[in-house]
Design a protein around this ligand. Structure first.
Ligand code: SF4
Ligand code: SF4
Length: 326
């Protein structure tokens, strides 16, 4: 039976895992390093779990970015570096990070908000993506202007369409270079089934704008930072948490993204995932930085720090940086 929104208080995530014989949550050998290069962004979206925006000043320095590359070079089990922010492209060390990671033979994923490609002095960006053969994961929470502008700001949809046309023209999402899109719900609900929504996006974007892409990734809004504030403002916080808890799906736990990645903050601090990073819950609950480690494989088998927001990753079909889990 669903808990009453007025009285609902989330159980500890680990207790729920234990009830299903899945506790404690431990890391496998890390295959991905996710780097958050800072909170600076050209947008300030309502749901942003990073609290990013144009006035944020937290940004990864050159020395830290160079050390990230040294850790990557010393971690042979890591196949992929996933660069996020903020808008990671606005960090002055962005191109260096991408070029050196590619020179090491790693897959480079960029989490791109699309509109950054149209910012002043960013004309080089699309061609740089193409030459570097990065994989792009781009936010587009709907195929209609109304919904996108409601969540991401006025005029964002129109700019996103211009940016996607540029990317298609450069070979992204046309079978040559990878372009995935990200959907997240506008409000306090779980994402619809990923495959069905992908078909809808494909049809709408093709017929209205002649735009193509590879895959749609559906991501659940995490009840932290700006989205938590929005939930508190609308009085939906308890209802949303009970929705997440009541839809706990044990089949998602094996493939939770924290089990195969290590997350690095803009200041070199280590975390179990980007969400824990925003809540300042350090990796495994202990303070560690990139200056204390060699190969990230040393975290294999370690316990992952969890809290009630983790129900956002295990609700329904599950949610990760690569979309639905099941
Ligand atoms: S959701 Fe993405 S594009 Fe929007 S403010 Fe946050 S980092 Fe920027
Ligand atoms: S919030 Fe982070 S630590 Fe918690 S389940 Fe999701 S990925 Fe794992």
């Amino acid at each position: 039976m669903a808990a009453s929104p007025e009285t609902f208080s989330a159980p500890h995530f680990d207790v729920t895992l234990a009830r299903h014989g899945l506790s404690p949550l431990r890391r496998e050998s890390p295959r991905t390093i996710q780097v958050n290069v800072g909170k600076l962004c050209n947008q300030a979206c309502h749901h942003c779990h990073v609290d990013a925006g144009p006035r944020r000043t937290e940004i990864m320095t050159r020395a830290t970015a160079e050390h990230v590359i040294e850790i990557l070079a010393a971690s042979p089990g890591v196949t992929t570096i996933d660069i996020t922010g903020g808008a990671p492209e606005l960090n002055p060390n962005f191109a260096m990070l991408v070029e050196r990671a590619r020179a090491l033979g790693r897959i480079v994923i960029i989490r791109c908000n699309l509109t950054v490609t149209l910012e002043p002095r960013m004309e080089w960006l699309v061609d740089f993506y193409r030459r570097s053969r990065v994989e792009l994961i781009c936010s587009l929470p709907c195929y209609t202007a109304e919904n996108v502008d409601q969540q991401r700001g006025s005029g964002v949809f129109e700019k996103s369409i211009v940016a996607m046309r540029q990317l298609n023209a450069a070979g992204f999402g046309r079978g040559e270079l990878r372009l995935d899109l990200v959907y997240n719900p506008i409000g306090a609900s779980l994402p619809p089934p990923q495959a069905e929504l992908e078909n809808r996006y494909r049809a709408e974007l093709a017929s209205n704008f002649d735009i193509t892409f590879d895959h749609l990734l559906t991501i659940t809004n995490m009840p932290i930072a700006r989205f938590a504030h929005q939930l508190a403002t609308t009085g939906d916080q308890a209802r949303y948490m009970s929705l997440l808890v009541n839809h706990f799906n044990p089949a998602t736990v094996d493939a939770l993204m924290c089990r195969s990645l290590v997350s690095i903050g803009w200041d070199g601090q280590l975390y179990d995932c980007d969400f824990n990073q925003m809540l300042e819950i350090p990796l495994g609950g202990a303070n560690r930085t990139i200056w204390n480690i060699d190969d990230v494989a040393e975290f294999t088998g370690d316990r992952i720090a969890t809290a009630s927001h983790c129900f956002g990753c295990t609700a329904g079909a599950g949610s990760s940086c690569t979309g639905a889990i099941t």
